[in-house]
Write a protein that binds this ligand. Structure first.
Ligand code: DAH
Length: 349
């Protein structure tokens, strides 16, 4: 290529540089333009390669002009970069401002299930009276659930405890515990008296109706020491009833039967809903009384079964139905609604 021709091409680029850079709107366009001039295959680079073809006398001048155009490109690029940044910033600043008065997204806070809240309340009362908390397994030995508690095989008392046995265990030695009373046995086998525990936990039975769920919650109580008497049992459960249901709660002990206590009783408290004044009360069915727990003096046979001398030690025991207690507190019609996991229902309690 001849010197004058090269010079003409250099001038042409020189003339268009400013216009081209002034036209780019964003960084991508800018990079593309820059590469088309000074990239590996850019037009200025191509002209640079033509220099050796020019006459030696012209070469120096052409080289200087090329360098001047390059400098112009670099400056134009810097200016365009600054302009693009400025425009973006101005756009940002003129956008509608962040509205910090918009209400935030609300998430319902969780809280413990009403039955667990009731259970915690009961545990707190007994812990306040000096009891320890013990636990036992939900999959239990029939020996602890029945035999050592003095349930005779085929006794009618077993009818209430029809349960879920473990498949592949034809001797029915292992079952889902039907009550928390086996924790009594476990405690007495593992600790010498004095024993003073409550044992909260889930239990299972093959019942399913408005007042029975196949899975429910009990809390067991056991005191074994020298000179524990029926008066202690009554006094203790009266204190419990007043703390749980209110200071003016009345209590009533009715004789009952459990294989592991003698004598045995059931404890009723005065109806929290109608105080015995509404013959049509749905809670107490007009009786004025609500059944809250079973209790009694630990049967001497049970003490003997776990190696404790009933001539030296006596014990009191009780078993509270926690679902039933929650039912009373919240006046719920169907005990099963506690287990349906309907947040509208649970959240209303
Ligand atoms: N285990 C009994 C039941 O589930 C309740 C019970 C009654 C527990 C009397 C006791 C008790 O500790 O003394 O039906």
């Amino acid at each position: 290529m001849s010197g004058p021709e090269l010079g003409r091409l250099i001038d042409e680029v020189d003339r268009t540089v400013d216009v081209q850079f002034a036209a780019v709107g964003d960084v991508d366009e800018l990079n593309r333009l820059y590469a088309s001039l000074l990239g590996r295959r850019g037009s200025l680079n191509a002209l640079m390669k033509q220099l050796p073809g020019a006459a030696p006398a012209e070469r120096k001048l052409l080289g200087q002009r090329l360098n001047a155009v390059k400098g112009r490109v670099e400056r134009a690029r810097e200016e365009a970069t600054a302009r693009i940044k400025r425009t973006a910033r101005e756009r940002e600043l003129s956008a509608p401002p962040l509205d910090i008065t918009l209400p935030g997204r609300w998430r319902a806070p969780g809280r413990p299930h009403p039955i667990m809240r009731t259970l915690d309340e009961i545990v707190d009362i007994f812990v306040g009276l000096g009891f320890d908390v013990a636990e036992g397994p939900q999959i239990e030995l029939a020996r602890y659930n029945f035999d050592l508690l003095g349930f005779p095989a085929d006794h009618p008392a077993m009818d209430m405890h029809d349960t879920f046995y473990i498949a592949g265990d034809p001797g029915q030695n292992v079952l889902l515990r039907t009550h928390t009373s086996p924790v009594q046995v476990r405690e007495m086998l593992s600790h010498p008296p004095p024993v003073m525990i409550v044992a909260p936990g889930v239990v299972y039975r093959r019942d399913d109706d408005a007042s029975h769920s196949p899975m429910f919650v009990q809390i067991e109580g056991l005191v074994v020491d020298r000179d524990v008497s029926l008066a202690d049992l009554k006094g203790l459960l009266e204190v419990y009833s007043r703390r749980m249901f209110g200071e003016d709660t009345k209590t009533r002990f009715r004789p009952s039967y459990f294989p592991f206590t003698e004598p045995s009783a059931e404890l009723d408290v005065s109806c929290l809903v109608c105080y015995g004044e509404n013959r049509a009360c749905p809670q107490c069915k007009g009786t004025g009384w609500l059944e809250v727990l079973g209790c009694g003096m630990v049967h001497p046979t049970v003490l003997r079964n776990v190696g404790i001398d009933p001539e030296v030690y006596t014990g009191l025991a009780f078993g509270i139905g926690v679902d039933r207690t929650a039912n009373m507190k919240f006046a719920v019609d169907d005990i099963r609604s506690f287990y349906e996991n309907d947040v509208r229902f649970l959240g209303s309690l």
